[in-house]
Design a protein around this ligand. Structure first.
Ligand code: SDX
Length: 393
């Protein structure tokens, strides 16, 4: 039989690999990095410590963490020639398109990363460079969008403080980075750091399986994350909440739209392929929203709309039957906005958080010497046909 038949196709439930990095239980709403519950890491750890844990498998000793942080701080500068690339982008071009291009261009400046059989030390150095340069590139994309001069990294700062210094710092004066913002940024980046075989991580693994270099593999992951069904949802949630606010905050009307099969509108930030219960990260972020907005003295109306939307949806049979709950993207944009980031930077911040996870998964794939990814298909096309001359068609 030829012609498409309705099959449940796609990578919806494929055991694509084996991994010891992150454990999810979608029914119970459990998320653990290397066996440690996300709730403990989010409240007790730091982003750079979680990055070490994900990449090397163990919580670091004080010396290991200090060496890791120092090694990274030695590689936060990017080649000065990279600045020319920033000038090439139209001023309103989306930060995710810039990030994907700029990260891939790192392979031009570090050709040693193109070697297939890198030694462990060479591989480790490319990992450190990727971590170090990503924060600089992300902050410079933001600065470029404002027409502000780039701020260079300062080795005296830890990873997250350095990122905030480059993002919100000014050439003309040293600014004090609010510890509330540093703590909130650490929590958000930890919550986004890994999530087993999601769309973008699977992309990083399959690109890396062809022995493509780390910069090209991460760049592919950034492109996958950009989509509004994946990391791009955090931007789409705020745009949705703003639309509901402008529409008078009528959440019932928008819930009805989300249920209407003839309407393409979806409740962004709701639903998840794996979590059929609460996304544990959403719970943590929702609580952090109240805390951070209060500490920063911000009263954001869209937070109230988000809470009302969640409350109404969780009582509605359509959402209950389909086990649709708020996911990590539903509340995260409200905090990013409170910290001073524009909406189109939200997914870039997701990418910065997810970077250690992508690196850990890419490293694991290489250590396991996984074969090049090459799935098969169900062929439903025409079977045998003879070529017909154009005059006879
Ligand atoms: C992330 O995989 C990961 O781990 C990703 C992530 C990570 O950390 O890497 O957690 C990050 O990407 C979170 C998800 C962010 N995306 C969104 O918030 C976009 C809105 N959500 C959906 O598009 C959807 O829920 C997905 C894409 C997240 C999951 O899609 P699935 O599992 O393929 O589910 P589906 O599209 O088959 O939907 C099942 C049913 C359908 O209805 P019926 O056909 O059964 O009648 O649920 C409905 C869908 O119409 N549905 C929704 C909905 N999500 C699913 N209806 C309204 N609003 C929604 N948000």
């Amino acid at each position: 039989q030829t012609g498409y038949v309705t099959l449940d196709i796609g990578y919806k439930n494929t055991g694509a690999t084996q991994s010891a990095i992150t454990f999810l239980d979608g029914e119970l709403g459990v998320l653990k990095y290397r066996g440690y519950p996300i709730e403990q890491l989010a409240s007790k750890s730091s982003f750079i410590e979680v990055a070490y844990l994900l990449i090397y498998g163990e919580l670091p000793t004080e010396k290991q963490l200090a060496d890791f942080q120092l090694h990274i701080s030695r590689h936060t500068l990017v080649h000065e020639d990279m600045k020319k690339f920033f000038d090439g982008f139209p001023s309103k071009s989306h930060p995710m398109g810039q990030l994907s291009s700029l990260v891939c261009s790192l392979s031009a400046f570090y050709p040693e990363s193109l070697k297939s059989n890198q030694s462990e030390a060479e591989l480790d150095l490319s990992i450190i460079k990727m971590l170090g340069k990503m924060a600089t590139i992300v902050s410079w994309i933001y600065k470029k969008s404002l027409g502000h001069p780039f701020i260079y990294p300062r080795n005296k700062y830890d990873y997250v403080t350095n990122f905030l210094h480059m993002t919100f710092g000014q050439r003309t004066e040293e600014i004090e980075i609010d510890p509330v913002i540093v703590s909130a940024m650490n929590t958000l980046l930890i919550l986004h750091a890994d999530h087993e075989q999601n769309c973008s991580t699977s992309t990083v693994r399959i690109v890396g399986s062809s022995e493509s270099n780390i910069y090209a593999s991460v760049s592919a992951g950034i492109s996958a994350l950009w989509g509004p069904l994946h990391g791009g949802a955090n931007q789409a949630v705020i745009e949705m909440l703003e639309k509901i606010k402008e529409d008078g905050g009528d959440t019932d009307k928008w819930i009805k739209k989300a249920k209407d099969k003839n309407d393409t509108f979806r409740l962004m930030g709701f639903g998840h392929r794996v979590y059929k219960n609460f996304d544990p990260r959403a719970k943590i972020i929702k609580k952090a929203c109240d805390d951070i907005l209060e500490k920063l003295g911000i009263d954001d109306e869209v937070l109230e709309i988000a809470k009302k939307l969640e409350e109404v949806a969780l009582k509605d049979n359509y959402f209950i039957e389909r086990k649709l709950y708020p996911n990590v993207d539903f509340y995260s944009g409200i905090i990013y906005r409170a910290l001073g980031f524009p909406t189109d930077m939200f997914t870039v911040l997701f990418a910065l958080g997810r970077l250690p996870g992508w690196i850990a998964q890419w490293k694991e794939m290489k250590e396991h010497k996984e074969p090049i990814g090459r799935p098969r298909q169900i062929y439903v096309g025409k079977v045998n046909r003879e070529y017909v001359d154009i005059k006879s068609r």
